[in-house]
Design a protein. Sequence first.
Length: 128
Amino acid sequence: MKSTYLIIAALFLLNLHAEAQKKNNPQGMYKHIVMFKFKEASSKASVDSIISAFISLKNQIPVIKGFEWGLNDSPEHLDQGITHCFAVTFANAADRDNVYQDHPAHVQFKQLVGPHVEKVIVVDYKVE
């Protein structure tokens, strides 16, 4: 009987977690994933400036619905030298394509980061 209550409680908590995830990533939204491998010659100050500039895009481009970033911490060693990962969320593909891509702040950011990047990987997907 006690295990039945534990199973019910666990299912309830899993459901709460799933509902919270839906609120954070509603279906139909778009994720724009950008990963960088910086050149060895780029200073820490330059890289920090680029990170700050990327973060500031969320305050300059109103169609950005969410933004997060982090440093690679994978133990699998399949990163191909990629060190930084950024995820930008949009309500739909049109916001990404028609507003973000050509927004002056985004264009300026690409000019800033370009000379410091050895490799860039970009993957976009619709949240299912």
